[in-house]
Design a protein around this ligand. Structure first.
Ligand code: TRP
Ligand code: SF4
Length: 329
């Protein structure tokens, strides 16, 4: 017996970094291995909401990203891995849900307001972008998912999904279970410049980085800015290098490093070498698997095509139910 159905998705951003690994993939993998029925998908239509002007990278981004999924241990035998646009039922349910969703709910959405300001370099004053959460609701509801594992930034979207589901059920009868958010609380992963690790900041360490690249990136990481000379004592609490030690280094070694940094008994160069070593140890199985898989993009695509067929069967069934409830059959 399954513990419940899980659904989550990622926009096709291309190769993934440490932040994505710890923020989502590790969690997805745990759920997959703990007896949930898992559906994980590439939200390629969602990518269009902000990047409709240049769609040339979407396809290669899908393959890169899913290569990382597989290398990190998502298993197509256990989880259904698929592409949103290969399951057109999402679009049909999206249309139906869009009919019952008040515009004011969408305009109120904090993510919408934020992105409108942040992405001022892109023209996202589109119908599609406003409707982003309606498409997301269709993604979730079409599988009657019980849990949606996402970060806190996505909480408003899951909340909107719940409201849309309730409204549908109220008008047409109980079709959709109300999904719960499964908040992933993950360590905040800092990039080489000390800001949050992000593709757009160019401060990320990628799962695709070779051991040499990892060593190089760690070696140029910013440290405690007050520690100028080797003889200056440092403060691990404000050091981005140490923030990664907290995730990848044994508690014992952390204690030693903490003390040796504060007393200037260790230099940043050596401290970074230890970190790079630990990062490489953790990442090398993923890296190796990725190396093999990246030679076989058609294997990756095949997994997604088969997964999409599986997903589609379930999506069709729910769509029929929703149409029947609306007396649209
Ligand atoms: N909006 C999500 C993000 O940017 C991606 C996404 C699309 C999603 N549809 C979803 C996540 C459904 C969970 C469930 O990260
Ligand atoms: Fe950071 Fe390590 Fe240097 Fe201390 S010794 S400032 S923890 S890099």
């Amino acid at each position: 017996m399954s513990k419940g159905r899980i659904l989550s998705g990622m926009r096709p951003t291309g190769k993934l970094h440490l932040g994505n690994l710890l923020g989502a993939l590790e969690n997805w993998k745990t759920l997959q291995n703990e007896g949930y029925e898992c559906f994980y998908f590439v939200a390629d239509w969602h990518a269009l909401t902000t990047d409709y002007m240049d769609t040339s990278h979407i396809r290669s981004n899908i393959v890169e990203m899913v290569t990382d999924w597989l290398a990190s241990g998502l298993d197509p035998e256990k989880s259904v891995l698929f592409i949103q646009s290969l399951v057109p039922e999402h679009a049909e349910l999206h249309l139906m849900l869009s009919m019952i969703t008040p515009v004011s709910w969408l305009e109120r959405n904090p993510t919408y307001k934020e992105q409108m300001q942040e992405l001022s370099n892109k023209d996202i004053s589109t119908y599609g972008f406003l409707g982003y959460p309606v498409l997301q609701a269709a993604d979730i509801l079409i599988y009657k998912a019980n849990y949606v594992p996402v970060g806190i930034d996505q909480a408003p979207h899951v909340e909107l999904t719940r409201e849309i589901a309730r409204r549908f059920n109220y008008f047409y009868g109980e079709v959709f279970p109300i999904p719960d958010i499964k908040l992933t609380d993950f360590p905040k992963v800092l990039g080489t410049d000390g800001r949050k690790m992000s593709k757009s900041y160019q401060n990320a360490i990628y799962l695709a980085d070779s051991p040499e690249e990892v060593r190089k990136k760690v070696s140029i990481m910013v440290t405690d800015p007050q520690r100028v000379r080797r003889t200056d004592p440092g403060n691990p609490e404000v050091c981005p290098v140490f923030s990664l030690h907290k995730i990848f280094t044994s508690v014992e070694t952390q204690k030693t490093l903490d003390r040796d940094c504060r007393t200037a008994q260790i230099g940043c160069v050596d401290c970074k070498k230890i970190l790079a070593g630990n990062l490489i140890t953790t990442l090398s199985p993923v890296y190796e698997k990725r190396q093999t898989l990246s030679q076989k993009p058609d294997v990756v695509m095949d997994i997604l095509t088969k997964g999409s067929e599986k997903a589609r069967q379930m999506a069709r069934k729910t769509l029929e139910e929703a149409k029947a409830a609306m007396k649209m059959l």
